[in-house]
Ligand binder design. Structure first.
Ligand code: GLC
Ligand code: CA
Length: 559
C-alpha cells in the first residue's frame, strides 16, 4: 500500500451552524470557527471537515447548494473563509470542504436556466423526463419521503429527479460537460484556495440507471421503492465516474478525500480505497448499516455490544490490507454514538471515554464529531417544533400517519433524529452555553451545566481531557506507525460486552480493550507490558501476566 500524507491524521467534523456564533444571530459562523482554532489545535486534530458553508436556501441545511464558489451570508463572507484558512494553516490544520455534487439547489442558476429551457445546455445538467400517463416517470421514493420526481416548474409533463428534498435537483452525471464543470470547481477549492481535500457527500446516488425502470414496491406500502435500490444496482456506474473525478482532481493534486459510501464488501472495497481506490478513505458505516438493516419508519432495534463489535471488526478486516477506512461513531446525520451504541448503564462519561478509545485506535483516519469529545448524548426533545430537520419532520408525519401516539412518535425521534448532531456546541455553563449571546437556532442540551468545554477543561477526569491524551497518544512518534499501519487482529470477547483487539506494527504491538459489560475482564500480558492509557479502573499485574479491565473501563497496553 502506498503511503499518503493523510494516513496518520486525526480529523474533526464541524457542523458550522451549531459550532460558535460571533455576531449574536443565534447561528454559528466562520469567525466562530476561526476563534476556536486554538481549541482544535489543543485537542490535537489535523484535519477539519466543515459541513456545507456555501450559499444555500437551507432546505436541507446547506446540503442544497445555490453557489459552489460563494459563502452563505449566514456564515460570513469569502474574506472570513480566507481568515479561517489562514488561522488553520498557522495551526497546521487542513480544511476539508463538503462536496455535494449528486445534487444542487433549485435556486442554483443552473436549475433556473434549466427550467427556462429544458432542452438547452442547462437542461442537460439535470435529470429531466416526461411523465408517464400523467404520472411520475417511475416509482422510486426519495430519501426524505415522496416520489423522486417533481414537476419541472413551468412545464406540464416534464419531471426532474431528486433523490433527496424537492429543492435538491439531482445533477446529470451522464453529461460530460457537467462533470467538467464540477472538476473545475473542485480544483478551484483544492488548488486556488488550497484546501486539504473534500468529504464527498451522498455520492453513491450518482450510480443511476438512466432508463428509470419501474421497481418492485418495497414493504412501506405506498407502491414505491427506495431510491437506494437503484444505487445498489449501479455501484459500477458511480465507480466509473468517481475514477474520472479522482484522476482529474484528488490524485494529481495529492489531496485527501473521504467518501460517504455505503454497501462496502470484501469484493468491491478495493474500488474505493487503497492504491486503486477512488477515495483516500471512506467512512466506516458498518454499524449504522447493521442498525438500519431491518429499517422500518418507526424505528430500529439497538445493536448489542456483541453485534456492534462484530460489524466494526468485519469492516476492519475487510479494509485491513486494502486501504483506509475513516472510523466514526456519529456525525450530523446521526443520533449521538454514546446513546446509540452503548448499553444504558454506560451512556455516561465513563462509556464515552471507552468508546473514544475504540474510535481512536482502530485502523483508518478517525473522525471526531463536535461535542463527541465532551461525551455528548442525545438531546431530549419535547415536541416536534424543537426539531428542525426535514427528515425528522417526514418521520414524524409517517409515525402519525401510521397511528403512533405523540409519546411514541417523540420517543422514535429522541432515539433517531438527525437533529441530535445539530444542537449547539457547549462552550460554558452560561445562559446560551457560550455558543451565542441570544437564543440559539436549536435547543441546548439538557446537561449543559456539566457537559461543556469550560467545565471539562478544569476537570482532569473529564471526557475532554481524556480525548486530548488519547489523540496525543495516537500521534506519539513512538506509536504512530503502529496505530496507522499496524495490522488489526481481533481478540476474543470474554463477557460478550468487550471490544478488544491488537494493532500489530513492525516496531511494537498494542492491545486495546474496552469493556461495556457489568463485570471485569482480564487479558494476558507479559512481564514488560506497559499501560499506555486507561479510562475507568484498570489494573496491570505484570507478575501474574494479566491486565484487569473493570466494567465500563478501557485500556491501551503496549505488549
Ligand atoms: C448526506 C448528508 C446529509 C444530507 C444528504 C443529502 O447524507 O450527510 O446531511 O441530507 O447527504 O445531501
Ligand atoms: Ca452568527
Amino acid at each position: 500500500m502506498q503511503k499518503k500524507w493523510w494516513h496518520g491524521k486525526v480529523a474533526y467534523q464541524i457542523y458550522p451552524k451549531s459550532f460558535k456564533d460571533t455576531n449574536g444571530d443565534g447561528f454559528g459562523d466562520l469567525p466562530g470557527i476561526t476563534e476556536k482554532i486554538p481549541y482544535l489545535k489543543d485537542l490535537g486534530i489535523d484535519l477539519l471537515w466543515i459541513s456545507p458553508i456555501y450559499k444555500s436556501p437551507f432546505a436541507d441545511q446547506g446540503y442544497d447548494i445555490a453557489d459552489y464558489q460563494d459563502i452563505d451570508p449566514i456564515f460570513g463572507s469569502m474574506e472570513d473563509f480566507k481568515k479561517l484558512k489562514a488561522a488553520a494553516d498557522e495551526a497546521g490544520i487542513g480544511i476539508l470542504m463538503d462536496l455535494v455534487v449528486n445534487h444542487c439547489s433549485d435556486e442554483h442558476e443552473w436549475f433556473k436556466k434549466a427550467c427556462e429551457d429544458p432542452n438547452g445546455k442547462y437542461g442537460k445538467y439535470f435529470i429531466i423526463r416526461e411523465g408517464k400517463d400523467g404520472k411520475e416517470p417511475n416509482n422510486l421514493r426519495a430519501c426524505f419521503g415522496g416520489s423522486v420526481w417533481d414537476k419541472l416548474p413551468g412545464h406540464d409533463n416534464l419531471y426532474y429527479c431528486h433523490f433527496f428534498h424537492k429543492k435538491q435537483p439531482d445533477l446529470n452525471w451522464f453529461n460530460p460537460e457537467l462533470r467538467e464543470e464540477i472538476y473545475k470547481m473542485m480544483n478551484w477549492w483544492l488548488v486556488d484556495m488550497g484546501i486539504a481535500g473534500f468529504r464527498v457527500d451522498a455520492i453513491m446516488c450518482i450510480g443511476k440507471d438512466p432508463s428509470f425502470p419501474m421497481y418492485e414496491p418495497d414493504n412501506v406500502g405506498d407502491g414505491m421503492c427506495s431510491c437506494g435500490v437503484m444505487n445498489a444496482q449501479n455501484v459500477d456506474v458511480a465507480v466509473n465516474f468517481l475514477r474520472e473525478m479522482n484522476s482529474r482532481t484528488f490524485t494529481p493534486n495529492d489531496k485527501y478525500s473521504v467518501g460517504e459510501v455505503f454497501g462496502i464488501t470484501k469484493e468491491n472495497v478495493k474500488d474505493f480505497i487503497g492504491d486503486n481506490g477512488v477515495f483516500g478513505s471512506i467512512f466506516d458505516f458498518s454499524a449504522r448499516e447493521a442498525l438500519t438493516k431491518h429499517y422500518c419508519f418507526y424505528g430500529f432495534e439497538k445493536l448489542s455490544v456483541k453485534q456492534y463489535r462484530e460489524v466494526i471488526f468485519g469492516a476492519q478486516e475487510t479494509a485491513n490490507t486494502t486501504g483506509f477506512l475513516a472510523p466514526v461513531i456519529e456525525n450530523h446525520d446521526e443520533p449521538r454514538g454514546v446513546t446509540t451504541w452503548l448499553p444504558l448503564m454506560w451512556q455516561n462519561a465513563q462509556g464515552a471515554k471507552a468508546l473514544g478509545t475504540v474510535n481512536l485506535t482502530l485502523k483508518g483516519v478517525p473522525f471526531v464529531f463536535q461535542g463527541q469529545e465532551l461525551g455528548m448524548t442525545n438531546t431530549k426533545f419535547d415536541n416536534i417544533d424543537e426539531l428542525d430537520d426535514c427528515q425528522s419532520k417526514d418521520q414524524y408525519k409517517n409515525c402519525k400517519d401510521h397511528g403512533l401516539s405523540e409519546a411514541v412518535t417523540m420517543q422514535v425521534l429522541n432515539d433517531q433524529a438527525r437533529d441530535h448532531g445539530r444542537v449547539p456546541m457547549l462552550w460554558d455553563d452560561s445562559e446560551y452555553a457560550g455558543f451565542s449571546t441570544t437564543t440559539p437556532w436549536m435547543k441546548l442540551h439538557q446537561d449543559r451545566a456539566v457537559l461543556n468545554v469550560a467545565a471539562e477543561e478544569k476537570d482532569p477526569n473529564s471526557v475532554l481531557n481524556y480525548y486530548k491524551t488519547l489523540i496525543a497518544l495516537r500521534k506519539d512518534p513512538k506509536y504512530i506507525k503502529t496505530f496507522t499501519y499496524g495490522n488489526f487482529v481481533a481478540l476474543e470477547d470474554p463477557n460478550d460486552h468487550t471490544i478488544a483487539y491488537l494493532r500489530q506494527g513492525h516496531e511494537n504491538t498494542i492491545m486495546v480493550i474496552a469493556n461495556f459489560g457489568d463485570k471485569a475482564v482480564t487479558f494476558p500480558i507479559n512481564d514488560e507490558s506497559e499501560l499506555l492509557l486507561s479510562s475507568g479502573t484498570v489494573k496491570m499485574d505484570n507478575t501474574l501476566d494479566k491486565v484487569t479491565v473493570a466494567e465500563g473501563s478501557s485500556a491501551i497496553v503496549l505488549l
